[in-house]
Design a protein around this ligand. Structure first.
Ligand code: FPP
Length: 263
């Protein structure tokens, strides 16, 4: 006879985020002042390394800690979706050594961190283009997605080999193919139906778009999804960022008036 499994024992235990090492707590804000989806351009690793006379790759390595701390801080403050730009479709233009490093590093970070992220109840999702992406990185991402697919605390979109224009181009090609096959009627297309052709159809619109390093550009990140995002540019190099950087950006966001085209 099959063993009876009580409902209780089936429920996965979710670990709370680790508090900030100095015991700093998130700012007290109303739930409606907290962005649901935060997109982050983790910029400034190279400059951080240069300032210290180190190789650019050392800056990327130091950036892992910042990302993990921000993930913990995002859960603490109540963000539900976090998208990070870990490798863009344009990053292939960097030196072969740096590209090789970044691919291997992404693979390693996903592999080494997936159990910690899973324990926190995080759903890992890869967002990007398959063409050119290293198969070993893709495999690692698929494994992490499978492991974490039922998690509900926060969705972490790992944007690897991602570009906003590439995403729109790939969507346009798929739409055109479906139109030729008479699967869709061009006149019936809507903004909602276009979203279904994007890399992650269930991704929500970006509320807060955060970029570190003082640069004020979006660099082709989540162009469609960030149409009405609030932009916050922080003057900190990515390896020096931590959850306080995110919380400060959220405080700025909370002061903004979002009108979405209304008067
Ligand atoms: C931008 O800094 C950073 C990247 C292109 C890499 C993405 C971030 C990381 C590798 C850190 C987190 C780790 C993972 C795997 C998510 P840059 O190199 O453009 O810096 P610069 O503008 O100072 O040259």
């Amino acid at each position: 006879m099959a063993k009876k499994v009580s409902k209780k024992s089936k429920v996965k235990k979710v670990l709370p985020p680790t508090p900030h090492r100095a015991g700093i707590k998130p700012p007290k804000l109303d739930a409606k002042q907290i962005p649901n989806h935060v997109a982050i351009v983790m910029d400034g690793n190279g400059r951080w390394a240069k300032q210290r006379g180190l190789a650019r790759t050392a800056g990327h390595e130091a950036g892992e800690k910042a990302l993990v701390d921000i993930v913990h801080g995002a859960i603490e403050i109540g963000v539900k979706e976090l998208s990070v730009y870990a490798f863009s479709t344009e990053n292939w233009r960097r030196s072969p050594e740096e590209v090789k490093f970044l691919m291997g590093f992404n693979r390693q970070v996903i592999h080494n961190r997936r159990d910690e992220l899973n324990g926190l109840g995080i759903k890992i999702r890869w967002v990007g283009r398959e063409k050119k992406l290293w198969a070993s990185v893709l495999n690692e991402l698929k494994e992490a997605e499978q492991l974490t697919k039922n998690n509900k605390v926060l969705t972490l979109n790992m944007c690897i080999n991602y570009g906003g224009r590439a995403e729109m181009l790939d969507a346009a090609v798929a739409i055109a193919k479906d139109a030729v096959r008479k699967k869709i009627k061009p006149d019936a297309l809507s903004e909602k139906s276009i979203s279904k052709y994007l890399y992650a159809p269930s991704m929500s619109d970006v509320d807060l778009f955060l970029r570190s390093s003082g640069e004020q550009r979006t660099s082709n990140f989540l162009m469609w999804q960030s149409a009405y995002a609030e932009m916050v540019f922080m003057d900190v190099l990515w390896p020096d960022a931590d959850r306080r950087t995110l919380w400060k950006a959220i405080e700025t966001y909370a002061e903004r008036e979002r009108r979405f085209g209304k008067a």
